[in-house]
Design a protein around this ligand. Structure first.
Ligand SMILES: *Cc1c(COP(=O)(O)O)cnc(C)c1O
Length: 382
C-alpha cells in the first residue's frame, strides 16, 4: 500500500473545526461538569427552534433516537415497521431492538433514492405499526404522501433525518412531518460532534418518553440533583444510557452557528457537480437541479450506467486519482444478518442502486479545484 492508498488526496469527508469550536469544548472541560446539563438543554432549545418543533431531546446517537422513536410509536414484539433497504443499517436495526420485524420497501428509482409510497402501501399489513422514511442524501423524501398514507392506515410515520438537519418541503423542515424525527451528529454528518443524535417531535408524550428512556427511565437527572432541584429519583420504565454530554453539546452549539453558511456551500458544490456531470453519458445523477435548494446536500450520489464496472471504477478513482468514494448503500435486506432472519424480498430499484451507486467527495474543506479533479477523475475512469 503506498501513501495515496492510506490517506486519499481527496477524502470522501473531512471536518474542519474553528478555534472557537475548540475553545467552547475546552471551556466545558475546565468547568468540570461533563455529563448532560445546561448546555445540552440549550442545544435542544436551539435545535427545536431551528426546526420549528415543540420538543427536541438530545441523545447519544441517531440509532438511539430511532430506537426511542419506535418505542414511542408503540413498536413491540410481533409488530412490523416498513423501512427502506437503501439506508444505513441503523434504520432497520432499531426496529429489531424493539423485538419487531423490519419490512423493506423499495425506493422510487435511479433518479430518486427515497421510499416509493406505492411500494410502502403494498407492504402494509394489519401488523404494521410504523413507517420510517429516510431523507436520502439530504433531499426531502415524499413525506406528505407518506404521512397521508400512514394517517389513512392508522400507523405512525417516523423520519430518519440523519442526512437532513436543514431540508424543507413547502417551507417546513423535514423531521417535523411524522410522530418523531431522528437526527444524527456523527462525525461525517452535516452537523457533526463525533457521536450524537436527537429526537424531534411536536408530541408531548413522545418527548416525555424520550427524555425518560434516554436516562434509565429516571424521574430526575444528575444535574437536577446537583442543583438541588431534586434529591432522589424513581425509575418509571426500562430505560437506557442514551445521554449526550456537555462537551459535545458545546461543540454542536458552536458549530450550529455556521450551519446555514455550510449548507449554502454544500449546495454550491452540489450545483457545480451537477453542471459538470450533466452531460456525462456513463452516469446518472439522481434528483433534479431544483431539488438542491431544499436539500441539506449531505452527500453526492451518482449511478454508473454500466454497473458491472462500478467496483473497478471505484478502485481506479482511489489508486489512480487519490479520490476516496463510498457506496450509499449496500442494501440492508441483502446483509447476512437480515437475509438469514427476514428472508430476501425483491426490491429491484434498491438492488440496482446498491450495485450502481458511487458516492463522491462532498465536504466543507473541499475547494473548487478539488471538485474539478473529482470530475476529471470520473471522466477518465467511467
Ligand atoms: C448515520 C445514519 C444513522 C445512524 O446515525 P448514528 O448517529 O451513527 O447512530 C441512521 N440512519 C442513517 C440514514 C444514517 O445515515
Amino acid at each position: 500500500m503506498d501513501a495515496t492508498e492510506r490517506t486519499p488526496e481527496i477524502p470522501l469527508f473531512d471536518l474542519e473545526l474553528s478555534e472557537e469550536d475548540i475553545e467552547a469544548v475546552l471551556d466545558v472541560l475546565r468547568s468540570g461538569w461533563l455529563t448532560m446539563g445546561p448546555l445540552t438543554a440549550e442545544f435542544e432549545r436551539t435545535f427545536a427552534e431551528h426546526l420549528g418543533v415543540e420538543h427536541a431531546v438530545a441523545v447519544s446517537s441517531c440509532t438511539a433516537a430511532l430506537h426511542l422513536a419506535y418505542l414511542a410509536a408503540g413498536v413491540g414484539p410481533g409488530d412490523e415497521v416498513i423501512v427502506p433497504a437503501l439506508t444505513f443499517a441503523a434504520t432497520a436495526a432499531a426496529v429489531v431492538y424493539c423485538g419487531a420485524t423490519p419490512v423493506f420497501a423499495d425506493v422510487v428509482g435511479p433518479h430518486r433514492l427515497d421510499l416509493d409510497p406505492a411500494s410502502v402501501e403494498r407492504m402494509i399489513t394489519p401488523r404494521t405499526k410504523a413507517v420510517c422514511v429516510v431523507h436520502f442524501a439530504g433531499y426531502p423524501a415524499r413525506v406528505q404522501e407518506l404521512r397521508a398514507l400512514c394517517d389513512a392506515h392508522g400507523v405512525a410515520l417516523i423520519e430518519d433525518v440523519a442526512h437532513a438537519p436543514q431540508a424543507y418541503v413547502d417551507g417546513r423542515a423535514v423531521g417535523s412531518f411524522g410522530l418523531a424525527g431522528a437526527f444524527s451528529f456523527f462525525s461525517n454528518k452535516v452537523l457533526a460532534c463525533g457521536e450524537g443524535g436527537l429526537v424531534a417531535t411536536d408530541d408531548e408524550a413522545v418527548a416525555a418518553l424520550a427524555r425518560s428512556r434516554r436516562s434509565h427511565g429516571m424521574t430526575s437527572g444528575t444535574w437536577s440533583r446537583h442543583t438541588g432541584e431534586t434529591i432522589t429519583y424513581d425509575a418509571q420504565g426500562l430505560g437506557f444510557n442514551y445521554r449526550l454530554d456537555e462537551p459535545r453539546a458545546a461543540l454542536l452549539l458552536s458549530r450550529f452557528k455556521r450551519l446555514d453558511a455550510e449548507i449554502a456551500r454544500r449546495r454550491e458544490l452540489t450545483r457545480a457537480y451537477r453542471a459538470a456531470l450533466a452531460g456525462h453519458e456513463g452516469l446518472i445523477v439522481p434528483y433534479a437541479d431544483e431539488d438542491v435548494e431544499h436539500s441539506s446536500c449531505y452527500v453526492m450520489p451518482v449511478l454508473v450506467r454500466d454497473h458491472a464496472r462500478r467496483d473497478e471504477i471505484r478502485l481506479a478513482l482511489r489508486s489512480k486519482h487519490g479520490v476516496q468514494t463510498s457506496i450509499f448503500y449496500p442494501a440492508v435486506h441483502e446483509f447476512t444478518a437480515y437475509r438469514e432472519r427476514f428472508g430476501v424480498p425483491s426490491l429491484p430499484h434498491t438492488e440496482h442502486a446498491a450495485r450502481a451507486e458511487i458516492t463522491i467527495p462532498l465536504h466543507m474543506a473541499m475547494d473548487d479545484a478539488a471538485l474539478e479533479r473529482v470530475v476529471a477523475a470520473l471522466e477518465d475512469t467511467v
